[in-house]
Design a protein around this ligand. Structure first.
Ligand code: SF4
Length: 437
């Protein structure tokens, strides 16, 4: 009788890759969605900001309440790493604590039934992982850690300095996944445009593009988490030239006011940011995603209004809005000009509405267009609708398309690229007719 494993991955796509590495090590377990029958429960936590930390703790406590007597509860990941001392004291519910250094040793930890926090931050390099969530798409990690010093961010304090994978390791992983039928890849890290800069290579991403383009079977790819000060026009030109990499530009800018960008220690001002964004927008079929933080210490109403005006008018396709979270170990935490929580929430609400309008405008612009889509499966909405996404979009975060018609009776295949006409918009979801004649 095989042991049953219930595993939860919280936080970002980088964390998801680490969760998949753990699943790769535990393939002798049977996966279960039912936490009350699981022999082992693992939560890969997120420790980025308050909301994420609270979600991680609640998830662990809820699973503890639901679990069976003799099961083992493991708390892994960023929150566990960041607060290893406090959690060991405050969460007796947890049997095994581990951080961000032992994902590939999870099987040993379960045998030893002991907590472990290895010094080095784990970086995937050839480990077999169980890709989740898709039959054709996989996230590929470029590096761990970060050398930037953004005022509000605690990630470098528990993920350490930038540590890039080498190109061979990445190419080998992609080749291995292509052999398993995957053909669409999203390259992720904390700061992707700094890829290989820790190895004194200035244009690491351009080298990555060249290398991935040589791999037969890779049909589609995008890079997430570009950082303004290490993103160059020559990189953008190389992305635009690529047959494989989409003009998909995910660059969190966090603010647009010049003084606030300086206070946030972003190392990049308004003028240079605009130059990059304008160039991105000028490229054919470009898709722009960004993030803003509201309520950073010293943010005046004028600075906030400037950011709102910019977000509303620049033409972003997708905007993430974060309320400032006062994270210890960060330089912003030491600042005195804190913004009251009520004001932060009000600003997040205002910018959140602007972000929604920007997304709706971007979606509306797609109506009547012929685009490439991928069908992911049956939609949860209705049995006669199939769920799809535009090929350029990243999975899960950029939206869904309902396929409600096709040009022939031929069956539609899941995980396949089709030409389609965007016909309408229902709420925030597009509808499409697939051309499969
Ligand atoms: S780029 Fe800035 S926000 Fe992102 S992980 Fe690095 S320090 Fe944090």
């Amino acid at each position: 009788m095989s042991n049953k494993l219930h595993i939860v991955s919280l936080g970002c796509t980088k964390n998801l890759v680490d969760t998949e590495v753990m699943m790769g090590k535990l393939q002798n377990f049977e996966l279960t969605d039912n936490q009350s029958e699981a022999d082992v429960i693992i939560v890969n936590t997120c420790g980025f900001i308050d909301a994420a930390k609270q979600e991680s703790i609640n998830t662990v406590l809820n699973l503890h309440d639901a679990r069976k007597e003799d099961s083992v509860l493991v708390m892994a990941g960023c929150l566990s790493e960041r607060y290893k001392v406090e959690l060991a004291k405050d969460m007796p519910e947890v049997d095994i604590f581990t951080g961000v250094g032992d994902y590939d040793k999870i099987d040993e930890l379960l045998v030893e039934k002991k907590s472990r926090f290895s010094e080095a931050v784990y970086l995937i390099d050839g480990a077999e992982r169980v890709v989740t969530g898709s039959t054709y798409h996989a996230y590929i990690k470029l590096s761990e850690g970060c050398n930037q010093t953004c005022s509000f961010c605690a990630i470098p304090s528990f993920k350490g300095k930038l540590n890039s994978r080498n190109l061979d390791s990445i190419a080998k992983e992609v080749e291995g996944l292509v052999a398993k039928g995957y053909w669409d890849f999203s390259f992720v890290s904390q700061d992707s445009s700094s890829f290989l800069r820790d190895q004194n290579v200035k244009d690491g991403l351009s080298l990555l593009i060249q290398r991935i383009e040589l791999i037969e079977g890779v049909k589609s790819a995008r890079i997430l988490y570009l950082y303004p000060s290490t993103t160059t026009i020559s990189l953008l030109k190389n992305i635009a030239k690529s047959e494989i990499f989409h003009n998909y530009f995910d660059m969190p800018i966090q603010h647009i006011n010049n003084d606030m960008l300086r206070i946030m220690k972003r190392g990049f001002g308004k003028k240079d940011t605009l130059e990059l964004l304008e160039y991105m927008k000028s490229l054919p079929n470009s898709f722009l995603r960004t993030s803003f933080i509201v309520g950073h210490p010293a943010e005046t109403k004028e600075m906030f209004d400037e950011m709102c005006e910019f977000a509303a008018t620049f033409g972003f396709d997708r905007i993430n809005v974060f309320a400032y979270s006062d994270e210890e170990t960060t330089s912003a935490h030491e600042m005195s000009e804190k913004i009251p929580a009520k004001t932060i929430n009000k600003r997040a609400e205002i910018l959140g509405s602007i972000a929604l309008e920007a997304m709706q405008k971007s979606l509306k612009n797609e109506i009547s267009k012929e685009v490439q889509i991928v069908i992911d499966g049956e939609s949860e909405e209705h049995e006669y609708l199939l769920s799809a996404k535009e090929l350029i979009w990243a999975p899960e975060i950029d939206g869904e398309i309902y396929v409600n018609d096709r040009t022939s009776d031929k069956e539609l295949e899941f995980g396949k690229i089709y030409k389609a006409k965007i016909t309408d918009m229902l709420g925030n979801i597009l509808t499409a007719t697939v051309d499969n004649a």
